[in-house]
Design a protein around this ligand. Structure first.
Ligand SMILES: *[C@@H]1O[C@H](CO)[C@@H](O)[C@H](O)[C@H]1NC(C)=O
Ligand SMILES: *[C@@H]1O[C@H](CO)[C@@H](O)[C@H](O)[C@H]1NC(C)=O
Ligand SMILES: *[C@@H]1O[C@H](CO)[C@@H](O)[C@H](O)[C@H]1NC(C)=O
Length: 573
């Protein structure tokens, strides 16, 4: 039965293939037709969809190619720095693509300025410390160490000026000679030459810079052989005899004695030899021994007793970078407990700074006074305009209330400093300002020597707040330099910011600091990230390396040297 049924069912299936079957049944024919049209429509629809996707995919890959070539262009505009620095940070390409075209344009203008300054130096003053652009010759203001050349190394590198960097590198390798019978300033030599060489080393990895940095620092080291450990401020580079300049009455200067910590600590870390770090940390320990509650030290320190001599307290000339380095040693050590003591000293000093702050009338500009004994003077140096940047850099280490308070202080001081520029006919700042009741600010010493401090602070404020106002202010200052200071053979200062009369000197810090901070002001924050680099007081970036209690760390574990007991080293991570 079963068999029969199935064979008859098969036979009945075949009848559907017979056209005659449908002719007799028109309804079934219509149904079949509809099914056929539906199926073909379905297949056609899928195919179109596939084609659409294919078009979309090819458009997307075209876009990817375009983005790739944009990135290549940006890289070539930006030079080597993206390859060498950006690749080490987290997500470079995204940031590059979303960049403001105005930033790129402005950065290029700053790079043009650097090319102009550098090629003038190459042409007229090669190997000398500084260029005198009007008389078109070089002068050796620092003993003939090629100060401008060394100061410019990292700026050239960051801007991707490879050929220029290579020529400078060859000069350092083959011609630079520190064996000079010259009484050099320990401070100037450290911040420009040691700092410049170490920065070039950190950026390029080229050992020749480290060897040279060690050579010059070994020549400076005998300056710390004093009864207190506070260094003498000048030393003969060939013979090693150290002394203080006559005009200080035998005293050492606070900033000159307390602005070698970053460079010497970095050198110890990179060579594995702790002797450099030891002498500069001793200085801070000695000063800490009699550190006042407000953290403010007078500018003269007796190198025999290690205590302060009666003199001015200031965040301007001869005081400034001592306070800056208390903060930056803490940043350089990556803010660990091992460097907490520096942060503590700095916080004390910032309380002291707060106590020196006053407001002008009628416009309520905030400014930092100087102090002698109990008397305040309503005078502020342009040099003290590094302070807003320092306050912004340090603000994040406070709790929320203090953090906001010090950031606000930074922003208000930056506004004052910007007005040092905006208030003169040339729109360039004088060297210092007096604040008199009812008159806001008046220029005191009226020269401008291409100083960087205000731009430095604008750079930090922009990086740390993201507020583009600071870029605008920086751009305005740059344009005033272009208008007043650029001449055919380089950049010069002004003898008087009221008249615009020019001087005859292109300061080496114009290439090291002013143009570098301007360039970075218009570069993505990943270029020399503040998480990875700390700038010395001459704007030379040094790599941050975490410090741990009881150690001086070298680049490798092998080089790690413990200067205290093992126990201490074990307890602190
Ligand atoms: C300075 O002295 C204070 C108080 O004695 C101490 O807490 C701090 O660690 C010291 N700082 C340095 C850098 O030695
Ligand atoms: C940006 O900075 C300027 C100057 O300090 C300030 O007036 C302005 O309110 C700031 N803008 C924002 C959005 O914080
Ligand atoms: C510094 O510390 C932060 C965390 O606090 C860490 O992410 C970073 O890798 C450290 N950097 C270095 C150079 O040790």
């Amino acid at each position: 039965m079963g068999k029969n049924r199935s064979s008859s069912a098969a036979a009945s299936k075949w009848r559907y293939c017979n056209p005659g079957y449908y002719l007799k049944r028109p309804k079934r024919l219509a149904l079949l037709f509809i099914a056929f049209v539906g199926a073909s429509f379905f297949i056609w629809d899928r195919q179109t969809l596939v084609r659409e996707y294919e078009v979309e995919i090819s458009q997307l890959s075209e876009e990817v190619n375009q983005l790739k070539s944009t990135l290549e262009e940006l890289k070539s505009i930006h030079g080597d720095v993206f390859k060498s620095i950006d690749s080490r940070s987290s997500k470079p390409s995204k940031k590059v693509i979303s960049e403001d075209p105005l930033d790129i344009q402005r950065r290029e203008k700053v790079k043009d300025a650097m090319i102009h300054a550098w090629s003038s130096y190459e042409k007229y003053a090669w190997g000398h410390d500084e260029l005198q652009p009007q008389s078109k010759n070089g002068v050796d203001s620092f003993g003939g160490l090629g100060a401008t050349l060394i100061d410019a190394l990292d700026t050239l590198y960051i801007m991707g000026l490879e050929e220029q960097f290579q020529r400078a590198r060859e000069w350092v390798a083959n011609t630079l000679d520190f064996n000079k019978d010259y009484d050099a300033s320990v401070f100037e030599t450290t911040i420009r030459v040691v700092g410049g060489l170490l920065s070039a080393y950190d950026l390029s990895g080229d050992k020749v810079f480290l060897e040279k940095a060690k050579d010059i620092t070994d020549r400076l080291l005998p300056a710390w052989n004093t009864p207190s450990g506070i260094p003498y401020n000048t030393i003969n580079l060939a013979h090693g005899n150290a002394r203080n300049p006559g005009w200080t009455g035998g005293n050492s200067i606070l900033a000159d004695s307390g602005t070698e910590q970053l460079e010497f600590i970095a050198l110890s870390e990179r060579t594995g030899d702790p002797k450099y770090q030891r002498v500069v940390e001793k200085v801070v320990e000695v000063l800490n021994g009699t550190y006042p509650d407000d953290g403010l030290l007078p500018i003269y320190i007796n190198p025999h007793s290690g205590t302060a001599s009666y003199s001015t307290i200031t965040f301007g000339a001869m005081g400034d970078s001592f306070y800056e380095y208390l903060l930056k040693v803490w940043v350089q050590g990556n803010r660990t407990s091992a460097v907490r003591g520096y942060r503590e000293m700095w916080e004390k000093s910032m309380k002291g700074l707060f106590s020196l702050v006053r407001r002008s009338t009628p416009s309520s500009f905030l400014y930092i006074c100087e102090k002698s004994g109990d008397m305040l003077t309503d005078k502020m140096d342009e040099l003290a305009c590094f302070a807003p940047g320092m306050l912004a850099l340090g603000a994040s280490g406070y709790g929320q209330t203090d953090s906001q308070k010090y950031l606000l202080l930074a922003e208000e001081l930056a506004w004052t400093c910007y007005n040092f520029y905006q208030s003169t006919p040339t729109k360039l700042a004088g060297e210092n300002y007096f604040f008199r009741s009812g008159q806001d600010m008046n220029v005191g010493t009226s020269w401008n020597i291409l100083r960087p401090e205000t731009i430095e602070s604008l750079f930090y404020l922009w990086r740390l707040t993201g507020n583009k106002t600071y870029q605008e202010w920086g751009w305005n200052i740059f344009q005033a330099f272009e208008k007043n200071s650029r001449i055919e053979t380089g950049y010069v200062g002004l003898k008087d910011v009221n008249t615009g009369v020019k001087d005859n000197m292109m300061q080496s810090f114009f290439l090291a600091e002013t143009l570098k901070y301007l360039y970075l002001l218009f570069s993505p924050p990943s270029v020399i990230s503040l998480d990875e680099w700390v700038f010395n007081t001459e704007a030379h970036p040094l790599r941050i390396m975490a410090r741990h209690t009881g150690e001086i760390s070298g680049r490798s574990e092998k080089r790690t040297i413990r200067i205290r007991g093992r126990k201490e080293g074990k307890f602190e991570g």
